[in-house]
Design a protein around this ligand. Structure first.
Ligand code: MG
Length: 387
């Protein structure tokens, strides 16, 4: 029996993680859940999986939830805010912590859980983008596995198993990108995009932040930086290929010129299950791929001119130090404005470029410096936007 906690249980990844947990009731139990403000769904989840501890964002929501649980006769430890997240993340009961909160809010709880030796299933790529050196150094020091809940990185990890993750036998890690909803759009058409169009991803059903990041292709840029940290892979060996069908989830090219690809339907339950059952494969009831139904598997080079944030992410990653954290914070703030209809989708890239250009970058930042930099960059972007 594996005991897991999920930070962000009411989001897209959290809900699908609980699908898997409840599909294998004799193999998994839940210690803790955390959610933002979706108290109705959280209440249903508590009734379904009986966690010992739960965290919500605000004190008001905690009191609200406490009343509902008392009425229903359910006992459960309730926390709120950042301290509550850390309580759940660091509980000694956890055999695995699934981190599925959007953005750098998950940085501190992830860091504290690793310090306690708790294995991490990481669905929040912003953690490694902003603080990859700190997080991975700490994970190596405590010998804590950080397993990627991201289809591309789960694919790379499975292909890399062929050489025991020995990067000297690898010439390239090739991340596939669907290209998002605007893959074939001209530069002119791209300048007229609306939020509704950006939120329509052709293949994947995901949360709103990552869907917007896929539309700008910043998502692939964040994933390149994530891959750099997860596999200790130099940027010279990292590549992107556009693959609109999202069947090949990524590839590894070895030094002998051959490749391994990992394939499957674009369904996040596969990479989530991979992490939950790692290193084993278990049978499951989800729909499977049918090769004969796949008429075309296409591959194209990415267009950095139409998707400049992908290029920016490569550059920030190579620069290292605080550069990816600044870019990530600026992007996170810009996307949140877009999702609140306070900024046009087309303004994300110029605004993020402008912010990144105003910051001096430095090497070897501490986690505290990165957290305060993250807050500072977001404030700067909001101030710039208000002007
Ligand atoms: Mg991905």
């Amino acid at each position: 029996m594996k005991t897991i906690s999920i930070l962000g249980s009411t989001g897209s990844i959290g809900v699908q993680t609980l699908d898997i947990v409840t599909a294998f009731p004799d193999r998994f139990q839940v210690f803790g859940l955390s959610a933002g403000a979706n108290i109705d769904l959280l209440f249903d989840q508590i009734k379904a999986v009986h966690p010992k501890a739960v965290c919500v964002r605000s004190r008001e929501d905690r009191n609200l939830l406490q009343d509902r649980l008392t009425q229903a006769g359910i006992r459960c430890e309730l926390y709120f805010g950042d301290d509550g997240l850390i309580q759940i993340a660091t509980a000694s009961e956890n055999n695995l912590l699934v981190v599925a909160i959007v953005g750098t809010a998950s940085l501190r709880p992830t860091y504290e859980a690793i310090k306690c030796g708790i294995p991490i299933g990481l669905a929040c790529k912003e953690v490694l983008v902003a603080a990859g050196d700190c997080i991975m150094d700490l994970a190596r020091h405590h010998q804590v596995p950080v397993l990627p809940i991201d289809s591309e990185h789960a694919a790379l990890k499975q292909c890399l198993a062929a050489v025991d993750e020995d990067l000297t036998q690898v010439s390239r890690l090739i991340l596939t990108a669907s290209g998002g909803p605007f893959r074939t759009w001209s530069k002119e058409a791209l300048s007229q995009v609306t939020l509704e169009e950006a939120l329509k991803h052709p293949n994947w059903t995901m949360g709103p932040k990552i869907t917007i990041d896929s539309a700008t292709m910043m998502n692939k840029g964040l994933e390149i930086i994530e891959a750099h940290h997860l596999f200790n892979c130099p940027y010279e060996k990292l590549d992107v290929i556009v693959h609109p069908q999202s069947i090949v989830h990524s590839l590894v090219e070895f030094t002998d010129g051959t490749m391994l690809a990992q394939m499957g339907l674009p369904d996040m339950r596969f990479p989530i299950q991979y992490v939950l059952t790692y290193p084993e494969k278990w049978p499951n009831p989800w729909p499977k791929s049918n090769l004969a139904m796949m008429k075309n598997l296409e591959f194209f080079d990415p267009d950095y001119a139409r998707f400049p944030l992908l290029k920016l992410a490569f550059d920030a990653g190579k620069q290292g130090g605080t550069a990816p954290a600044v870019m990530n914070a600026a992007n996170e703030a810009a996307v949140s404005l877009v999702l609140n209809r306070q900024l046009a989708f087309t303004d994300i890239s110029p605004l993020v470029h402008e912010i990144v250009a105003t910051y001096d970058h430095w090497s070897n930042p501490t986690i505290e410096e990165l957290l305060s930099l993250d807050a500072d960059v977001k404030d700067q972007l909001y101030a710039l936007h208000r002007r």
